[in-house]
Write a new protein. Structure first.
Length: 425
């Protein structure tokens, strides 16, 4: 006897009902900000202090990165070993990272140790020793790391691409060199720390118990940071770079790394969300056009993707791939074809719906639990300027039409205007 297969109606998600979870925001008396979110994971907590500085406020190249790196090396009366032992004793995780626009200091620990660890965290930020002996060791490490990275085609192609796109002497465009590493002095780090770890640039994100004694302790910690007494305006202005092609040979490389793209705009530009959709469609998820055409259909590469690398003050778009050198020209031709197609043809309805579902599903994933949510909130506040960016992103995802996507691609993604950098074989 044959049984009929049951017909199952497809589930159509109601993405309009997607909402960001409730959180609290407090402006501290010294100008810093505090965002808090209750955790349902009893006994655990998380705190990040985000300083709006990074490369953008440097007086000397690499000072932001080195000042952050040496923060873990201790204070005037604590060595690096003592710092590490203190963190290990309380079973905490502590990290410091500086990038182009921010320095982020993160703490995860048990709730019962939170106040002890938080005050220790603030002390490391406000009282770094910046010993010459620690700086000497850091120089040796960074020079060794750089020497290794310069043998990696992907690293070399990206650094040369951004240098051409932004300008070799600009904040976003300058490259790390042995000379810049060796030229850094302890005084440069002290100046950077004094000018940039200030309340005016500070936003804190906390997830854990919201008992009044805990919130009061966080407020007291944030109030320890002084207001900024001076500001530094960086050099970051240049004409749009002309299209060009550059190859950097690397000995003993079997593959060629490709970066192809152009300068675009900052993350808070009105066209960002629309171009974000175009970029995702083109090459920023597994079902993207570049992945299907060049990886799956032609087998020219294991991985190819596109990026809308937008920062707070500027940005660029680029396509990245690792290729067999004999297949390089074929891949470039196919990439150009895909760019021209997305600039001239409307996206089919089914493909656009799949894109919407993927992006909304990704937003939902970023709110899967309180610790994920507070990290997502940090991105919305610092990189997009406001928690309201969540609704703007959702609206753009659900309402941007195929015509608008085509117009944005036509406006910004002309392959004839792109810089092409390859490195390796």
């Amino acid at each position: 006897m044959k049984h009929k297969a049951l017909a199952i109606d497809p589930v159509i998600p109601n993405w309009n009902a997607l909402r960001f979870p409730a959180f609290e925001h407090q402006l501290i008396s010294n100008g810093s900000h505090l965002y808090t979110l209750a955790s349902h994971k009893e006994g655990l907590c998380f705190l990040e202090l985000v300083f709006r500085n990074g490369r953008w406020t440097e007086r000397k190249p690499l000072s932001a990165r080195m000042a952050a790196n040496l923060m873990m090396e201790g204070t005037g009366d604590m060595s690096a070993l003592e710092v590490a032992d203190f963190i290990d004793y309380y079973g905490a995780h502590f990290s410091v990272q500086a990038d182009l626009d921010f320095t982020i200091v993160s703490l995860s620990c048990l709730q019962k140790h939170f106040q002890t660890m938080m005050h220790f965290m603030c002390r490391l930020i406000l009282e770094p020793a910046y010993r010459n002996s620690d700086l000497d060791k850091a120089r040796i490490f960074l020079n060794s790391q750089l020497a290794h990275q310069l043998t990696e085609p992907d690293y070399v192609s990206y650094r040369e691409f951004t240098s051409l796109v932004y300008g070799a002497d600009t904040v976003y465009g300058y490259n790390t060199t042995a000379e810049r590493i060796d030229n850094l002095q302890a005084a440069d780090l002290e100046i950077y720390q004094k000018e940039n770890y200030c309340s005016d640039y500070l936003t804190a994100f906390y997830c854990g118990s919201l008992e009044p004694v805990v919130l009061s302790s966080i407020q007291q910690c944030l109030e320890r940071f002084p207001r900024a007494t001076s500001s530094h305006q960086p050099l970051h202005s240049m004409a749009i770079p002309a299209p060009q092609r550059l190859h950097i040979p690397i000995a003993h490389s079997a593959q060629t790394s490709l970066k192809m793209g152009l300068r675009t705009f900052r993350r808070q530009d009105p066209d960002f969300f629309g171009l974000y959709l175009v970029n995702t469609l083109l090459g920023d998820y597994f079902g993207s056009r570049l992945m299907k055409k060049i990886r799956e259909d032609r087998g020219l590469t294991y991985d190819i993707h596109s990026n809308l690398d937008a920062q707070v003050h500027d940005g660029c778009f680029y396509i990245s791939a690792e290729l067999n050198p004999e297949l390089l020209e074929e891949a470039i031709s196919l990439i150009r074809d895909e760019l021209n197609e997305i600039r001239s043809d409307l996206v089919p309805r089914e493909e656009l719906e799949m894109l919407r579902n993927f992006l909304c599903g990704n937003m939902l994933r970023l709110m899967d639990g309180p610790f994920q949510t507070i990290s997502f909130l940090k991105i919305l506040v610092n990189e997009y300027g406001s928690p309201a960016a969540f609704d703007q992103l959702k609206q753009a995802t659900l309402e941007t039409s195929a015509d608008q996507l085509r117009d944005l691609a036509w406006k910004y993604l002309d392959p004839e205007k792109m810089i092409l950098v390859t490195a390796g074989a």
